[in-house]
Design a protein around this ligand. Sequence first.
Ligand SMILES: Cc1cc2nc3c(=O)[nH]c(=O)nc-3n(C[C@H](O)[C@H](O)[C@H](O)COP(=O)(O)OP(=O)(O)OC[C@H]3O[C@@H](n4cnc5c(N)ncnc54)[C@H](O)[C@@H]3O)c2cc1C
Length: 376
Amino acid sequence: MTVCEKDHCTGCMACVNICPKCAITIKDDIRSYNAEIDENLCIKCDLCHRVCQNNYSIVFNPPQHWFQGWAEDSELRKRGSSGGVASAIMSGFIKNGGYVCSCLLKDGIIGFELTNDPGIIPCMSGSKYVKSNPQSVYKEIKSLLKSGEKILFIGLPCQVEGLKRFVGDDLSEKLYTVDMICHGTPSPKILDIYLSQHGKSLETLKDIKFRKKDQFGMDDGFSTITKSGIQDTYLMAFLNATSYTENCYFCKFARTERVSDLTLGDSWNSKLGYLEVKKGISLILSQNEKGEYLIKIGNVHLENVDIENAVANNAQLKHTSIKPVERERFLSSVQRGKNIDNTVMRLLPKRYFRQLAKIILIKLHIIKRRAYSNIN
Ligand SMILES: Cc1cc2nc3c(=O)[nH]c(=O)nc-3n(C[C@H](O)[C@H](O)[C@H](O)COP(=O)(O)OP(=O)(O)OC[C@H]3O[C@@H](n4cnc5c(N)ncnc54)[C@H](O)[C@@H]3O)c2cc1C
């Protein structure tokens, strides 16, 4: 028996956190997640069904203010995937006496940490383009909220919804939430397989980055994981929406109305000029007073944004990612243990050979090698 309709599970983990008998396990078969209930342990309390975001209608709020901007602290801006706004807000929140909870690589898992140590923020900055695992962090957050602490959670919209539902309205006053505009996430098993095919493992990596500003490519903090100067095939499949779990293709959160206090994304096609674009610009949607407070304590530089342009350049504010025809063949091939580089070359030849052409142009000194490439 599953907590919600088969293959609709987002992996938010609210049901796993709430079950008093530890009877729920998230099953990941690469194609989809399912929250399975062990009927031998289940006491039919129904808490899992009630907390699951797929079993009730979600309340969305329209943004009150739209901005584009960046962290005033240039180091934080540099580290972020776009304008470093998430790190700036985490830093400001801790300075103001709060705890933050966000995503990082730890002990081989892309999971979450709850902390008031500003030294951890650099590990949390940057987008990890994979389904992250909240594990038991909602329980830890609830317990700190009960003791009167102020907490900021930054994650994917489905995780924000899962946490809010788990915590409940009574404890929500001191909970602040930030979600990312998200176009979908692959199972971490695909990342594990990809890394192992390149002689790496999350278990031994100290850090993992998936992009530097508008240039996509995996990096372990010291060097690129595959060829320097081009997109790797993991990210080619990701950017083509080929590798996501099933639920992402009917995501409820791909819309302008949001479930968080503040939403962050990329300010694609910003008109602020090449130099600012190169340094990174975030798109910022504030839904309420808590959102305004986060911007203020984050010391975020704000600029006006053309909303029509922002939405036109960010498909996930309008609709979910569309499942490409190659997805089934991609996933079957990965499951059969085939090489991901070869699979992507076969299934996404245009993307693949554009990157290959780029390597040749770099070798011939016709174009310069940059650490990563956003050539799609
Ligand atoms: C899976 C994913 C898909 C995205 N898709 C889009 C998109 O389609 N359009 C768009 O405009 N923006 C998208 N983003 C957001 C974008 O990549 C930047 O994170 C955003 O612009 C904020 O950048 P920043 O520099 O302000 O913060 P950053 O320093 O990049 O901080 C990002 C924050 O998100 C948290 N985070 C990173 N990865 C994960 C994860 N896997 N799960 C949960 N939390 C995570 C980090 O811990 C950090 O707090 C996506 C992000 C992710 C993680």
